[in-house]
Write a protein that binds this ligand. Structure first.
Ligand code: PTJ
Length: 243
């Protein structure tokens, strides 16, 4: 039992929830270690959305609204942490939601799909094929989902697939707390923020955005700036601690 008075209550509750989801098979054991890496970066980033991350989230909203075939790719960690908010984002941007796993088994796909559906998400189903040129199972996807997507949101991605999707000509929006990851460095738009903050922020921007602003928003950004901002933010925090 974690006391609410504990200074790290939220973090401990999240860990407890992910451990439960791992026991149920929703989150992979590797997903628990990936969460630990994310937590470490979030600690360095002050555990809040920076202005730079909010700017990226607004651009992500504009890209999703402007897309002809937007897709949200969901893995075990993302489903465990953010199933309900994925449903809310799907409502406002009309994206197809597809379960795409690194540690893929049919049992996990089914468990994650059920969790998402319980929270109101409509999940694409049917046959998958190796449409993404990768020799691991993240290459398997739906023809009318990731294969056809023009804009794809990929929370907690691995670098291989982000790279492959960019090579396929897709606009890849990544949510990844690690400003140095291959995903962050190779995607089209990096959102360096925690997934449970990032997705509701994108949803809010989708609702608030003035449609006439979209063309300007989606043509005037530079991936490297978001990486620089995050690293500079961390540097300043570290220097301030020492002062
Ligand atoms: O469910 P599966 O089988 O598809 O597996 C999912 C994992 C996450 C295990 C798989 O995609 C993986 O191995 O990912 P990586 O390569 O460890 O990358 C995950 C990235 O997400 C790392 O850079 C972490 O820093 C980051 N991350 C972890 N937790 C969060 C996060 N970013 C945003 N929000 C988080 N909560």
């Amino acid at each position: 039992m974690i006391p609410e008075s504990h200074p790290r209550y939220l973090s401990l509750k999240t860990r407890e929830h992910l451990a439960t989801c791992a026991k149920e098979g929703i989150v992979s054991l590797e997903g628990l270690t990936a969460h630990g890496r994310g937590e470490a970066f979030d600690y360095l980033l002050g555990e809040k959305s920076s202005q730079s991350a909010l700017n990226a989230e607004k651009i992500a909203a504009a890209l999703l609204l402007n897309a002809t075939h937007p897709v949200i790719s969901v893995n075990g960690n993302t489903a465990a942490l953010a199933a309900k908010s994925i449903g809310e984002l799907q409502q406002v941007c009309g994206a197809i939601v597809e379960v795409n796993l690194f540690h893929r088994t049919q049992e996990r796909v089914t468990l994650i799909t059920h969790l998402l559906e319980k929270e109101g998400v409509k999940v694409i189903s049917g046959e998958v094929s190796r449409y993404i040129p990768l020799d691991h199972d993240r290459g398997l996807c739906h023809h009318e989902g990731i294969h056809t997507a023009d804009v794809i949101l990929v929370p907690l991605e691995d670098g291989d697939r982000a790279e492959a999707l960019v090579r396929m000509g897709k606009t890849v929006i990544a949510i990844d707390l690690n400003p140095l990851s291959r995903t962050t460095k190779t995607c089209t738009l990096p959102i360096i923020d925690e997934v449970t903050r990032a997705i509701p922020n994108i949803t809010r921007f989708c609702s608030d955005i003035n449609r006439t602003e979209i063309p300007d928003i989606i043509t005037s950004y530079n991936r490297a700036e978001f990486i620089r901002d995050a690293l500079e933010y961390i540097r300043k925090r570290l220097v301030d601690v020492l002062d």
